[in-house]
Design a protein around this ligand. Structure first.
Ligand SMILES: Cc1ncc(COP(=O)(O)O)c(C=O)c1O
Length: 473
């Protein structure tokens, strides 16, 4: 068996010392090559990546069209500085993003990743009001149990208790405020209809506007479908329409973070096309599926309102980084987007995603499944699914299980990796304090096959049942 992946466990083989300060308490295995959803490790194992890294590798590793595009671009032009020169692939990718936005977007700006994209949204929204002579607008309202990135401003904007904890005292909270998450299965009251729940959330947002002074609010910010914190949680029907109506009433911006949920992850290019009640954002951040992991890239998409405001005033983007609109990054991204279209991958991921959802339901909720009473929810769409467990309040007469402080989902993630399957496990998404809850996430590449989905579910169930079996003995 592969080395156990916990800090305390004794590795079977001595681990080579690393000069990298890793993000895990354990030293992660080293990958040496990849092909589609398969990754080859230095120790000789071949594993399946069922979560696309972190919902990133949307067409898998090693696609020949992307490799070709990168090589050709390196031969032609590797770098220009965006304040001196633009470049062809960046121009073409921006045009593609504007043209495929269902009329929602007029302009695009590039950055190098998700956090930079959200940071850029924050600054663009502020620039818009600064340039259009409303400098008193300085407040953002986002939501509890959200994640918008790991820079100081994006950590302050979001409310992910675990990730912000070490920095809480240095986060600039004066301009970032929070309202409740839109998570019906956890937070809708038993005596509430869906519309009443939405109305409660709408009222809470309006009250927050009024408390802050409506003309001081820059915008309301949300992940269209929430990712890491709560695990593929879509809002109740009518929610975004209601939240946008508050923004419109007070002249504020409606800003969506589609870094994880967008660029095809849920089976449509933008998540708001499915989950947004037909409401397009004023500003939107995209990243992961944009470059598919081949390059480091993110972007912000701007509506006509923003474009007009900027063009009629400063006329240019005041924010910038050295590597934005990088020729190789945009050429690779463009190739990724072309592959998604030419191979009809959104249709494929809708089909395979539906299969994944059905298998998870069939297997986890079957009468023989020891986990069935502890499955709180199985949710998702397209290529993005989560299973949330609840060991405190089982759905049948089974007694609650004491995890003794262990995070089930994290243990399942580790066990699955030992079995050759990469998934992501998260803890802390079921209460606003971020102390309870276990969910695992699946986000395979859009070109995943039915057989690969079968294998993913087999390995996951094996891993999850094994961990559970060891806890309840
Ligand atoms: C919704 C959301 N916003 C922002 C980010 C930050 O992106 P990055 O890790 O590329 O900085 C992430 C990353 O997972 C995310 O899921």
């Amino acid at each position: 068996m592969a080395p156990a992946l916990t800090k305390s466990a004794e590795p079977e083989k001595p681990v080579k010392p690393s000069a990298i300060l890793h993000r895990t308490p354990w030293q992660p295995p080293i990958a040496v090559s990849g092909e589609g959803i398969y990754l080859d490790l230095e120790d000789g194992r071949r594993i399946i990546d069922a979560v696309g890294g972190a919902a990133v590798t949307c067409i898998g590793n090693g696609h020949p069209e992307v490799k070709k595009a990168i090589k050709e671009q390196v031969d032609k032009l590797s770098y220009v500085y965006n304040m001196q020169l633009s470049n062809q692939p960046a121009e073409e990718l921006a045009r593609y993003l504007v043209n495929t936005g269902n009329g929602a977007f007029a302009l695009c700006g590039f950055v190098s990743g998700g956090s930079e994209a959200m940071e850029a949204c924050i600054k663009m929204a502020r620039q818009y009001f600064y340039d259009t002579k409303q400098p008193q607008r300085k407040n953002f309202i986002a939501r509890q149990l959200s994640f918008h990135g790991n820079t100081l401003a994006t950590l302050a904007l979001a409310h992910h208790p675990g990730r912000r904890a070490p920095y809480a005292d240095i986060l600039h909270d004066a301009n970032f405020h929070h309202v409740s998450p839109a998570y019906a299965k956890r937070f809708q009251r038993p005596d509430e209809m869906e519309e009443q729940y939405v109305e409660r959330l709408r009222r809470e947002l309006e009250d927050k506007f009024i408390e802050l002074g409506p003309d001081t609010v820059i915008g309301f910010v949300a992940e269209t479908v929430v990712g890491a914190t709560t695990g593929v949680v879509a809002p109740p029907k009518g929610y975004f329409k209601a939240m946008k109506s508050v923004c419109d009433k007070y002249g504020a911006l409606f800003i969506l973070d589609e870094i994880m949920s967008g660029m095809g992850r849920l089976g449509t290019l933008h998540a708001w096309e499915q989950f947004g009640d037909g409401v397009a954002p004023d500003l939107q951040a995209i990243a992961k599926g944009l470059g598919g992991g081949y390059v480091s890239i993110g972007a912000i998409l701007m509506s006509q309102r923003i474009a007009d405001g900027i063009r009629d005033s400063a006329g240019f983007w005041k924010h910038g980084h050295t590597y934005q609109a990088h020729p190789i990054a945009t050429a690779a991204s463009l190739a990724v987007q072309k592959v998604i279209v030419s191979e009809n991958l959104l249709a494929n991921i809708q089909t395979q995603g539906a299969h994944l959802g059905k298998l998870l339901n069939d297997r986890l909720l079957s009468p023989n499944s020891p986990l069935a009473p502890f499955v709180f929810d199985i949710r998702g769409s397209g290529g993005w699914w989560a299973v949330e467990f609840d060991f405190d309040t089982p759905s049948s007469s089974k007694p609650a299980v004491d995890l003794k402080g262990g995070a089930f989902a994290i243990q399942v993630q580790q066990r699955c990796l030992e079995k050759g399957l990469v998934i992501m496990g998260f803890h802390g998404g079921s209460n606003v304090e971020g102390t309870n809850g276990d969910h695992v996430m699946f986000s395979p590449a859009y070109n995943v096959s039915k057989e690969e989905i079968d294998k993913i579910v087999d390995l996951f169930i094996e891993g999850a049942e094994e961990v559970f079996g060891e806890i309840v003995v």
